[in-house]
Design a protein. Structure first.
Length: 412
């Protein structure tokens, strides 16, 4: 069954490869309008998924990821138009060389072809991924999780109708409706049909795709994101940033999961941080020195320092120096997003240079690691690997390159 989806996607690709920027933008505008017009239909299907999730004991963080309302659908639709406003990433001449024999060689950007996306309970990914793939000239095969199947089907149907209205084959966007493990495994083995596979979800999903796929994979990582409160931090600023990074949305990969606090400031900083986190009933798990300052917090294990909770839980590690903070973070980080709160610009420079993550902040919340916040429009994921793409992945990261060589009869 998936093989046929791949054949359909390959056929549909040519219409995208040759399409003008204007035609692609018209399709994005149609998708944006259709999502808003069909919001009630999408939300009704989403309610079914939410009810199923609650009955199956889905965590509050995952339910938040799953939930759609008119405001979120409007945001998705607005993301479509933001992508339409961005430069077309295809057909850009990156280099031009004229060889001594007269050959003119141009290195240009071009679509990858057919991209597969495997993701979990986030129906917004269905739209975001399709929109980015369309603008970058790629067909897409979407395989979401069973938790969001009704939402995904409604969104995919809406988008397929919209692109057809704009003059494209419906099959530039396809959804795998079989949510069994077998369909996921089959997608991983579609080398020769898929040009790239991108997993979005938890650690177990990403690891399974990386270890089992024969298709080239762009790894998007889980987010054990750290905030380090340095000895010279503005405590009020630190507390507000940490509160935002932890509690604005708990079920997202750029939420703060781990605090690292300098021993020289923890006596003053931790009570203020805890005061704000208590308003959201955040459970704090700290080491012995953190518990000496706030005795009512729970003890932390070594496992806590490496955990992405996606819940109202946060760990606290006490350190005696900037170097110790950097060492601890690099050891336990997933390479996503880390921040330092400090008034010492030299310490900030050292931290930002030495932390081995895709996005590193000085005096700002980790919640900004996002395609829209970085000016990329929607994003297809946050890459935590180092080859091809790293950080929020927008349009340029969904293209590859080829060489165009112009001659007038040269032979070798």
């Amino acid at each position: 069954m998936l093989e046929q989806l791949g054949i359909n996607a390959k056929k549909a690709c040519s219409s995208l490869t040759s399409a003008s920027t204007q035609k692609k933008n018209n399709a994005l505008e149609e998708i944006s309008k259709a999502l808003v017009e069909n919001a009630d239909y999408i939300i009704e299907n989403n309610k079914t998924d939410l009810e199923n999730g609650k009955n199956q004991g889905m965590s509050q963080g995952l339910l938040d990821r799953l939930m759609l309302n008119k405001e979120r659908i409007d945001g998705i639709a607005d993301g479509c138009m933001q992508v339409a406003d961005l430069d077309d990433p295809c057909g850009k001449i990156l280099e031009t060389v004229v060889r001594p024999n007269g050959l003119k060689i141009e290195k240009v950007t071009c679509p990858m072809g057919v991209i597969g996306i495997i993701y979990e309970a986030r129906p917004n990914v269905t739209a975001d991924a399709a929109v980015l793939c369309l603008k970058s000239g790629n067909a897409v095969i979407l395989r979401g999780g069973k938790e969001a199947i009704n939402s995904n089907k409604a969104i995919a149907e809406t988008m397929r109708n919209a692109v057809e209205k704009a003059g494209f084959p419906r099959d530039i966007i396809q959804l795998v409706e079989d949510t069994s493990r077998e369909s996921s495994t089959e997608l991983m083995k579609m080398k020769g049909v898929l040009d790239c596979l991108i997993p979005r979800g938890g650690k177990a999903l990403i690891q399974a795709v990386v270890e089992n796929s024969t298709v080239p994979v762009i790894e998007t990582g889980s987010g054990n994101c750290h905030i380090y409160v340095d000895e010279t931090a503005d405590i009020d600023m630190a507390a507000k940033i940490i509160f935002n990074a932890k509690t604005q949305r708990i079920g997202v990969c750029n939420a703060c999961e781990s605090l690292v606090i300098h021993s020289g400031i923890i006596d003053k900083a931790l009570p203020e941080i805890k005061k704000l986190l208590d308003t959201k009933n955040v459970e704090i798990r700290g080491d012995e020195r953190a518990r000496a300052v706030c005795p009512d917090i729970n003890p932390a294990t070594e496992e806590d320092f490496a955990t992405e909770y996606l819940d109202y839980i946060i760990s606290v590690k006490t350190v005696d120096s900037l170097d110790e903070a950097i060492e601890h973070i690099n050891k336990n980080s997933t390479g996503h997003s880390e921040a330092i709160i400090t008034e010492n610009t030299e310490n900030a420079k050292i931290f930002m240079s030495m932390i081995d993550s895709s996005s590193v902040y000085h005096n700002a919340s980790t919640r900004f690691t996002d395609g829209g916040e970085f000016g990329l429009g929607a994003e297809i994921g946050i890459s935590t690997q180092k080859l091809h793409a790293r950080g929020p992945m927008g349009l340029p990261q969904l293209t590859t390159t080829k060489y165009l060589i112009f001659g007038n009869g040269q032979v070798r």
